[in-house]
Design a protein around this ligand. Structure first.
Ligand code: SF4
Length: 384
């Protein structure tokens, strides 16, 4: 229970259970509070009508009636994707993206019931800026600001629901927005606990995907914490070290084999697969040879692939250098037919691969295009 009134999105299950016990009230009151906050999106204790007055007053005194974030803007693209901008307490902002009817691209599990036409995936951000500087990614192009707190991650779901109004439901979450989630375990793990808590936001772990650049220690921590129930996506992009170093600075510090080993140890439930993402840039990592390297690397790993044609973003606000490899080759989308040819090489080796078309590119809401705003003057890089 913090001194500053940051709103109820910041309350952990442990904190509310302690408060309820302190007030001498039954434990199910904690479930009621979490249900109001994360299930119904009600953050003002005074509106929680089935709670005793003493508990409502204690919650208001400790946490206040409002969150310390707010909905700053929502912009919808021609294809229906909505970018939601959330203002943060320090004056910066983060972005989260509502993607309607994108589920067929994210999940090919025949056991999953078909979602309704108004179902949405929400892409959440985990940091302000990013320390990893992947070549094709706008989010990492200006350096690292800070980690998001758990409540700032949860606030994105809250405000996205507000922006969506009654027009649909959020049925899947992907931590694939700004930042590397496994670089911010202190914020991400508590947020995931509440997102997957059946009495809080109540998302099934299979409907929550953490997307990582491949940090082995983070993959292991995630697996231990949630027993493999949270779905995992790995941004691979290229399998051979030479190409990886052109695209991903992290490759200079972490051999790809270390990531594969951590992924093999991830406690995947039966019939589930790890999603492997490859953003393909013309001539850089999209040849048949690159596809054959991917096949070799992934041999024996329970996985499926998403192939994402590179989404250009440079020059859109007049202040950005074009995206380029470490040795200066500008990135461009693959030539027509190239992604399909790449896909055929994978399919011939028995790997399932799906092509994800950019969503929301006209409002810079597609993969790798999010930015947010903040003081990024620290401009840090990940170097551990
Ligand atoms: S792809 Fe992810 S890890 Fe890489 S710079 Fe972008 S946000 Fe960071």
């Amino acid at each position: 229970m913090g001194d500053a009134k940051t709103g109820l999105l910041g309350i952990s299950r442990e904190a509310i259970e302690t408060l309820v016990a302190h007030l001498g009230q039954p434990r199910y009151r904690a479930d009621q509070v979490l249900g109001w906050v994360h299930g119904r999106g009600v953050l003002d204790p005074a509106a929680m009508t089935d709670l005793p007055r003493a508990l409502r007053e204690a919650l208001a005194a400790e946490y206040g009636a409002e969150p310390d974030t707010r909905l700053a803007a929502a912009e919808t693209s021609a294809d229906g994707t909505t970018k939601v901008v959330v203002a943060l307490p320090d004056g910066g902002s983060t972005e989260t993206v509502l993607i309607p009817e994108a589920l067929e691209e994210l999940d090919d599990d025949p056991l999953e019931p078909e979602p309704s036409a108004l179902s949405c995936t929400l892409c959440l951000s985990s940091q302000v800026g990013c320390a990893f500087h992947c070549a094709f990614c706008r989010s990492g192009s200006r350096g690292f600001g800070r980690h998001l707190e758990a409540r700032e991650i949860l606030a994105q779901l809250h405000w996205a629901r507000v922006a969506l109004g009654g027009r649909g439901n959020i049925v899947r979450l992907v931590l694939m927005g700004i930042g590397e989630p496994l670089h911010n375990l202190d914020g991400v793990l508590p947020a995931l606990r509440l997102l997957t808590d059946p009495r809080a936001a109540a998302f099934s772990g299979r409907r929550v995907t953490v997307s990582t650049i491949g940090l082995p220690e983070g993959i292991r921590r995630l697996g231990e914490t949630f027993g493999g129930k949270v779905a995992l996506a790995w941004s691979l992009h290229a399998a051979d070290e030479a190409t990886r170093r052109r695209l991903l600075p992290v490759a200079a510090r972490r051999p790809v084999a270390e990531t594969v080993e951590a992924l093999r140890d991830y406690p995947l439930p039966p019939r589930r697969r790890i999603t492997v993402e490859c953003v393909l840039a013309g001539g850089v990592n999209d040849t048949d040879g690159h596809a054959r390297e991917v096949v070799r690397l992934l041999e024996g790993l329970r996985c499926k692939l998403n192939l994402i044609p590179f989404n250009p973003w440079a020059g859109t606000d007049g202040a950005e250098a074009p995206a380029a490899t470490a040795d200066g080759e500008p990135l461009r989308p693959p030539a027509p037919g190239r992604v399909e040819a790449f896909q055929r090489v994978l399919a011939a080796a028995g790997l399932s691969a799906f092509v994800r078309r950019p969503r929301g590119a006209d409002i810079l809401a597609a993969c790798g295009q999010l930015l947010g705003s903040a003081d990024l003057s620290r401009g840090g890089r990940w170097d551990s």
